[in-house]
Design a protein around this ligand. Structure first.
Ligand code: HEC
Ligand code: HEC
Length: 380
């Protein structure tokens, strides 16, 4: 079996697992609308993560995977996640207790130490400093977890964040031109590290977005209607988006993200400079009300946005998603990235647009809930 194929199967298995988890939490949610169901009400054997909303269980588990550089079966018996047969699962429970205690006793209960602080992508933390620098970044992760965005900014350096945002808007073509865009349709390819498929992406005001990945056995659909979102795949039940998925989808769907940026933040600060690929970039952290922060990287030369990092909230720590923008081209007086790479600790994909059209009519039906397996063959 080729590596690419093996990776694809792994990704598919994870998607199925996560879909199962979400369906479990979604059906419990439907019966009890006021209070979101807690993990211990939905799952069979929760001893430590009690009182956490059930829809945070899946991202918490992904956080653990990323922190230790392992897959789910390191701790779990496949298809019987509630069983405690594997030793690492029992140790992981103790570790969760320990982590909460460290933070409670030493950091006033704020989440400063996480699984990743010690493990850094390895099963066994290293307690002795390593001399070989190349080995210090080792570990099984495909992407380093970015620094914690919650702490106080170190020594702010570079232009003020507000100025960088203004420069970004100007570099794109100006607020007027950006706000004149009401829809965008892109066609191209999506690449999962070696395997690629055709993709169409539709965006439309206000905040609607849908992508259709044309796989051999049918379309993989991600749709967001401005408030709710769904993930649909052939032969599988449609899964609802939750929490940070919805936050991410609404950012991706916003055709006027650049001109909305300032209003999004209750506090925004330049952190310093960092390399993004070959480019020197200013990094800016924006804190939002009731949502995890965003980290933005602006090209020092062009002023364009090179990278956006957003975070999913879990009780164990923040789970990062990194989006890199490249191949900016001019479209009706507005610069648009024709390539974007979305990376999570669990893997990444790149979308390369070949063709883009703006301000064309897009049927709102594209953004509706996709028909899933249980509902039988449906219309798209
Ligand atoms: C390092 C060990 C570890 C890894 C890796 C891990 N888990 Fe867990 N998982 C746990 C522990 C510990 C619990 C129980 C938490 C508690 O008691 O509060 C748990 C609980 C669960 C439960 C609840 C089961 C039930 O019904 O009680 C599910 C579902 C689950 N994990 C899924 C996953 C998935 C999916 C992955 C991979 C994305 C994963 N886990 C990766 C340690 C792990
Ligand atoms: C303060 C540091 C620290 C934190 C925080 C921490 N761990 Fe650990 N963990 C360790 C050390 C050290 C070991 C190795 C013990 C050994 O070598 O026997 C370990 C071992 C483990 C093991 C056993 C690995 C094996 O050998 O099979 C698991 C599983 C584990 N940790 C999960 C977690 C999870 C999940 C979290 C977050 C909830 C976490 N750890 C947080 C320090 C930490």
């Amino acid at each position: 079996m080729s590596n690419a194929l093996r990776r694809e199967i792994l990704v598919a298995m994870q998607i199925v697992l996560l879909a199962l988890l979400s369906v479990a939490s979604a059906s419990a949610q439907a019966t009890q609308l006021e209070k979101p169901p807690m993990a211990d009400e939905v799952f069979k054997n929760i001893q430590v993560l009690k009182g956490m909303p059930a829809d945070q269980l899946a991202p918490s588990m992904q956080f653990v995977n990323a922190s230790l550089g392992v897959q789910c079966d390191f701790c779990h018996v496949p298809n019987a996640m509630d069983k405690d047969d594997k030793k690492p699962k029992k140790i992981a429970r103790q570790m969760m207790e320990m982590m909460f205690a460290i933070n409670k006793d030493n950091f006033n209960g704020s989440r400063m130490v996480t699984c990743y602080s010690c493990h850094r992508g390895a099963i066994r933390p290293v307690g002795t400093p390593i001399i070989d620098e190349a080995k210090m970044t080792g570990g099984a992760m495909s992407m380093p977890m970015p620094k914690q965005p919650e702490g106080e900014p170190a020594q702010p350096s570079g232009p003020a964040a507000e100025e960088l945002i203004e420069k970004y808007v100007k570099a794109l073509g100006g607020a007027k031109a950006i706000d004149a865009v009401t829809s965008r349709v892109a066609t191209g390819t999506i690449d999962f590290g070696g395997v690629s498929y055709p993709i169409d992406v539709y965006s439309k005001d206000p905040d609607m977005r849908a992508s259709f990945v044309h796989m051999p056995d049918g379309d993989n659909i991600t749709s967001f209607n401005g408030q709710e979102g769904w993930l649909g795949a052939p032969h599988r039940p449609t899964r609802d988006m939750h929490g940070s998925d919805i936050d991410g989808a609404s950012i991706d769907a916003d055709l006027h993200f650049a001109t909305h940026l300032k209003a999004m933040f209750r506090q925004v600060e330049t952190e310093g400079t960092e390399k993004v690929g070959d480019h020197d970039a200013y990094s800016v952290v924006g804190k939002r009300e009731g949502k995890p922060p965003l980290r933005l990287y602006f090209d020092e030369q062009s002023g364009l946005l090179l990278r956006l990092v957003r975070y999913g909230e879990t009780p164990l720590g923040l789970l990062p998603t990194q989006v890199d923008y490249a191949d900016y081209r001019d479209l009706n007086g507005v610069k648009v990235p024709f390539r974007w790479t979305l990376a999570r600790p669990s893997g990444q994909f790149t979308i390369q647009a070949k063709d883009m059209k703006e301000n064309v009519a897009v049927d709102v039906a594209k953004f509706a809930k996709p028909a899933g397996a249980p509902e039988g063959p449906g219309k798209r």
